[in-house]
Design a protein around this ligand. Sequence first.
Ligand SMILES: Nc1ncnc2c1ncn2[C@@H]1O[C@H](COP(=O)(O)OP(=O)(O)OP(=O)(O)O)[C@@H](O)[C@H]1O
Length: 238
Amino acid sequence: MTALLEVQDLRVAYGKIEAVKGISFTVNQGEVTTLIGTNGAGKTTTLRTLSGLLRPTAGRITFDGQDLSTVPAHKIVALGLAHSPEGRHIFPRMTIEENLLLGAFLRTDAAGIAADVERAYALFPILGERRRQAAGTLSGGEQQMLAMGRALMSQPKLLMLDEPSMGLSPLMMQKIMSTIVELKASGTTILLVEQNAQAALSLSDQGYVMETGRIALSGTGADLLHDESVRKAYLGED
Ligand SMILES: Nc1ncnc2c1ncn2[C@@H]1O[C@H](COP(=O)(O)OP(=O)(O)OP(=O)(O)O)[C@@H](O)[C@H]1O
């Protein structure tokens, strides 16, 4: 198993408040790795740090053999790391296609970009049907598809998805989860942050449980899914 991302003893603080308190985890090439945890555990802070939006106070991030700790955010996309953020952050007045093309802002290969736009439409047909409409007219779930499609437009080695199922209907959530499985099958490595532990762990190779800035538990998705403490805390079992 080759590690694509290695995080060692990472610490991140907002002023005096330490949100991530020395976490270590690995994302293997070609796998889906999930971070689960309660609200405020530090999952989003971790993804934002990997994207270069926050600076760690300590620790090491190695991505594809390179130390990321001091690489600025705008260079991190070029290294192959894409982030579909919590809350999607699509541009509502721009069209769906314009939003997708923003994800390719570093690329100059017109034919490749056009092919990847078509790939996004194949993955999410609704986006293709409405390509010329303002993105703000999409439903929440469709906006999530757009955010994922846009992140894929940079042809990332690692796709980070922050709470892709948030606020979605069960049917829409299933679509997003099955797309994650499809993306993995086509060779994309994924780091997933999810509140829906059942759905996320079911499709994950590896999982990490975060609690108040620390990793409390780790294992394969199947191990965690069957772990009694995980079932009690995250799957609502007595
Ligand atoms: N901009 C900020 N300034 C100060 N504290 C922050 C900021 N953003 C997050 N925090 C704090 O850092 C901690 C970790 O938050 P984070 O958003 O990373 O958690 P999370 O695991 O993603 O939670 P959620 O599932 O609720 O999104 C929380 O205590 C939160 O209040």
